[in-house]
Design a protein. Sequence first.
Length: 378
Amino acid sequence: MFDVVAPFSAMSQEIIGFMRAAGARRGKASIQIAIETSILGLEHFEEFIRTLRHAPGVTEVWDATIDDAFDLANAARSSLRGEALSQDVKIWLDNFDRGEFRELPSSLHPERLDNDLADLAWVAATALNALRSVIQSRDKRDSLLASHQLSAIGLGKIRDPIAVAMVEHDLVGPLIRVLGHAAMERDNSALSAAIRRVFARIPRVPVSTTGEFEALEKVLSLPAWKKRFEVYAVWIATRIVSAIEPERVAVHTDAQGALPFAFQETQLATIESAEGEKFLWAERRERCIDPIGKNRTNNVQPDYGLWAGPKGADRCDLIIEVKHYKTPAVTTFGAALVDYAKAHPHATTVLVNYGPKAGVADHEKWAHYGVLDRCHVT
């Protein structure tokens, strides 16, 4: 159960950053989020994070991606003077070069290292343990990967065994080599400064060390959890804005100063970027000829659309539909993608499911509509 709750801590932290940034532009501490008839303020998200982090049996870990791990290794490597390696690290690297994934050398255990170097060791140990949980030698790698659907490499987490297996040769060994050199140096101040800049952008997420449900009782009663499906959709909106690398964002709040998320057409933000002005819309209705989705007649109303150009002559470049299906619904997902792509002929259409994704974009059932090359499920 804890693993279900924990990801919302990181989402809440990013929503807080968005709320504060948007509020600062309006001369306020933060904006509020209006979800239907409920108002979620900064304090609700902060309370959720605080309660989760301070629950009994809870600790925080780095929620690092594969790209983060590469960046940490590169940052550390640039600060090294090339000290000799300890004997146990040499033996480990020799075995790694021969294709054997052995346990982390005892000299590199995080509890034996100080401060920033211990954090780097935790990342290395986590990636190695994830890899060893599925294979312990390189000759098993190809058969392992052949049985899994592979996604974007850099976005995978270091706790994901498959994501680590995809890059083990380029990441795990070199990361432990760098850590081994660093552990032998007397002065790691330059290395600490270099990797601290990378760690500054990596969120920390709570994980349970006990698995006891009692530690979650208060968390489950909080407003931010009760509105968790809507919070996920709000978080997706903040990620859309962030991905554009905006120079300036103007959020469109209601009369009470809240950013509304409701089942009605709403312009959420105007975004100034290097590519020009863009507009983030929620639930914008567009005409769709002969929709195939259940309960759709002549229109579609996707969760989010990113538009550019003056009203009346604007065009949509991106459609995002948010779902929360524990089991992928291929027919529902496929119909949504087809209808939204047909109604927005210039847009890339993405269905984001908080749960397993379905192989919709390569499903021949919808191929004759001619839109699947613009459709994605994640």
